[in-house]
Design a protein around this ligand. Sequence first.
Ligand code: GRF
Length: 203
Amino acid sequence: KRVAVLASGSGSNLQALIDTTRDSSQCMCAEITLVISNKKDAFALKRAEKAGIPTLVYSHKDYATREEFDSAISSALEAHKIDVVCLAGYMRILSAEFVRKWKGRLINIHPSLLPRHPGLHAQRQCLAAGDRESGCTVHFVDEGMDTGPIITQERVPVLNDDTEESLSERILQAEHRAYPRALRNVATGRVRLNSLGNIMWHS
Ligand code: GRF
């Protein structure tokens, strides 16, 4: 499967996906063939260039509406014959049109045990709630905010002296295991969405 990663930031999840998909012992059935960012300075782009993966940058300032911006990205994904799109720290909300078009082929990672703490600053929300555990979730994207069907989760403890930074770092380590695992399940067809948008697992 040809996979595109959309990233706005450091791209450590992108790096985990590049490394695992290139590890022949992992049988990922997936190759990262395109990286797209909405931030021209994103470190994710450097990681992609270093790995020899084509990159594209789109600035929303060049488009009148969110729909036009997303439609430009969609066209690029089609031109690159992308099968699966991974959001990895992509900090823009996607239009409903884009989500519908890529449904079942679009996955996201979120730094909490969804449905707890959707949205921004999930780690801060977790600490404010006094939770004793947190983790990450990889899910199919639907029209809601961090609401789509869950593919995998990984738990981490919350420690008494955790700061937002220390908790985020622990969750990030879990993300780097969970995202490749989820992508493998999607790319190999072990998990998919049916036409009603329900998650289906095959043994
Ligand atoms: C991760 O915590 C991800 O869950 C969140 O943004 C962060 C991206 O980190 N959506 P990176 O850019 O992959 O290092």
